[in-house]
Ligand binder design. Structure first.
Ligand SMILES: [Zn+2]
Length: 414
């Protein structure tokens, strides 16, 4: 238990007072800027020490303000003052050769709390942290904070990306609803999906009835997918995918097979970067070409800092075996459940793109509830192949929303 408290404290030190603001229902969004802000402060070296101390004072105040674990926390605070925490921590980490950046910073902050900012070893420890830390991976830190707090028995909201399902989910449906297919849903997983209505591709909960629970699905005027046919207008967007290899995380969310992509893969539209968040599959393709679907489609879902969504659609045609798909299908769960990250498996989404990037483009929506609009679609003209066996190994026989009315839109092509 003590160890968990220490871990919690470490990540608290990093996330600073913003973390407390967040747990006190200020919202997940509040956290990331705070982490960034604190990071930048630390980066300013000398000034940073003062600033960080201020943040820590706020954390201490916040610690005072929290009620349920007051006894434990005041024990920890006392531990700071007499140096026990630092000693324990140094003992704990002494055996580890390579401390993670989070732990390194945590250690440095604890040292600062104990010895003060004048202590040369504190400065050195902070410097060491800065040397090794990769702030692109802030998400890891946030996840560590959330999971450590959850492990310590706190009720915390967990970002979908961090969500580690309990060993025996008591409520399957809830777990399913927290596994959002599209990032629009992901954002708020954990706080609003506990009672999210269920939906299907057929029957009473099928697409014709999505609008009952998700009004945009019925009332939206720029819904996706579309039947792609002329006349087309001229598009000038330049697409430049820059996907990177990374550890594979794959799940069956009950509606599709989805691969969650670690930070670092981007699609540039003109010069604007969009982060690749996840990609998933539909069978047959949701988009139609002159009234005909292809065998499947892969949707690569991207999001920029402003939260704007871009979906790159890669059509799939039955043909030769696809080596990229082989690697995925080997690990894709046949049944709905939590994401799996098989040890040592690296995947590069680039493997699933065709060589040619010619496209059709239109403004559409998420093709699953809640059917949120303002999603820019690029559907590549060149399909990729999958063998008939690979197509039939996809565990969903039919998971495509029917095509939607074009209304006032004009499809463009480059
Ligand atoms: Zn999709």
């Amino acid at each position: 238990m003590k160890r968990i408290i220490l871990e919690v404290l470490l990540v608290l030190g990093l996330a600073g007072a913003g973390y407390f603001g967040w747990t006190q229902r200020a919202g997940v969004e509040a956290l990331q800027p705070q982490v960034t802000e604190l990071t930048e402060k630390v980066d300013e070296s000398t000034k940073a020490l003062e600033a960080a101390e201020e943040e820590l004072a706020k954390v201490q105040e916040a610690l005072k303000a929290t009620q349920p674990a007051t006894a434990e926390l005041s024990a920890v605070k006392a531990g700071f003052e007499n140096g026990d925490v630092l000693k324990d921590l140094e003992g704990l980490y002494a055996k580890q050769k390579n401390l993670s950046a989070e732990r390194q910073l945590g250690l440095a902050l604890v040292r600062m709390l104990t010895k003060g900012s004048e202590d040369p070893a504190t400065v050195e420890a902070l410097q060491k942290t800065l040397d090794q830390v990769d702030w692109k991976n802030k998400q890891k830190v946030i996840c560590a904070a959330q999971n450590a707090l959850a492990a310590a028995g706190k009720e915390v909201k967990v970002l979908a990306e961090c969500y580690v399902p309990p060993p025996k989910p008591a409520d399957d449906k809830k777990a399913k609803d927290e596994k959002a297919e599209e990032p629009g849903k992901d954002e708020k997983a954990g706080d609003k999906h506990a009672h999210a209505p269920h939906w299907e591709y057929e029957g009473a909960l099928g697409p014709d009835n999505w609008g009952k629970e998700f009004p945009t699905c019925a009332k939206g005027q720029s819904q996706a997918p579309l039947n792609i046919k002329g006349p087309f207008a001229k598009a000038l967007y330049k697409l430049a995918p820059d996907y990177k290899p990374g550890p594979l995380t794959i799940l069956n969310n009950g509606h599709t097979i989805q691969v969650n992509v670690p930070a670092g893969s981007k699609l540039r539209v003109d010069s604007k970067p969009y982060d690749l968040v996840q990609f998933h599959f539909h069978r047959p393709s949701e988009e139609q070409l002159d009234g005909k679907p292809m065998d499947m489609v892969i949707h690569f879902v991207h999001k920029n800092e402003a939260g704007e969504l871009v979906v790159l659609g890669v059509l799939v045609k039955a043909g030769n075996e696809n080596p990229g798909i082989k690697a995925l299908w080997a690990h894709a769960p046949a049944k709905e459940g939590p994401a799996v990250s098989p040890a040592g498996v690296v995947f590069n989404p680039m493997n699933l793109l065709p060589r040619e990037m010619d496209y059709f483009t239109y403004e559409g929506s998420l093709t699953t509830p809640p059917c949120t609009e303002k999603v820019r679609f690029f559907i590549l003209k060149s399909p990729v192949n999958m063998s008939p066996g690979q197509i039939s190994d996809f565990p969903f026989k039919m998971n495509a929303r029917p095509v939607q009315p074009l209304n006032k839109r004009i499809i463009e092509t480059n």
